[in-house]
Design a protein around this ligand. Sequence first.
Ligand code: FE2
Length: 197
Amino acid sequence: MEKLEAIELPYKKLKGISHDQIAEHFEVLYKGYVGKVNAIRKDLEDGFKGMPNATYDKYRELKLEESFALNGVKLHEAYFMGLGRDGSVPDEIRKIFARAFGSFENWQERFYGLGMASRGWAVLYYDLDEKQLYNGLGDWHSHGGVWNAKPILVLDVYEHAYFMDFGTKRKNYIDAWFNNLNWDYILEELKNIKKWP
Ligand SMILES: [Fe+2]
C-alpha cells in the first residue's frame, strides 16, 4: 500500500493566529496523524489472524484506530486548506448559501453556534446522495460524520487549535478563523463536486 504523504501548508502566518500556534498544530498534530495512518496500515499487513472477536481483537482495534487517524488527516487537511486569505466572501458563495440556508448570515450564525457547541469539529459538508449542504458536528474525528458526504469547510475547536493564542476565549478564535478563511478555495471545492446553477 502506498504511504500517505502530508500536504504542504500554503501560507506561513495568519491574521490573529500566531505562527507558533499554526506550526505546532500542523507540524506536530496533523503530521502525527499522517504518521499514525502509515504505522497502522503497516501493522495491518499482518494484523489479520482470522476469526476476529468483537470484544477485543488486534485486527478490530487496528481498523478502528485507522479510521480515527485517517479522519484526523482528512479533517485537518480541510481545516488548513480553508485558511490563508482575508475571509472576504465571494458573491457566488453568498448565492449558494442563500439557497441552502436562507442567507449567508443565517448559515454563519448557525456555524458559529456549532463551533461553540462541539468538542472537536464543526463541518460544513456536501451530501452526495441528497445533493445538499449541511452543517455537522463531531466530538472526535470518527464521530458525527455522514458517509458519502464531503467535508467542505472545517473548523477545528479542539483546545490544541487555539489555546496557545486565545486561552479559554474560543469565541475570539472563531472570529479569527472566519477572518482568515479562503473562500475562493472553498468555492473551488464546491465546484469540483457540482456545477452550481
Ligand atoms: Fe487539530
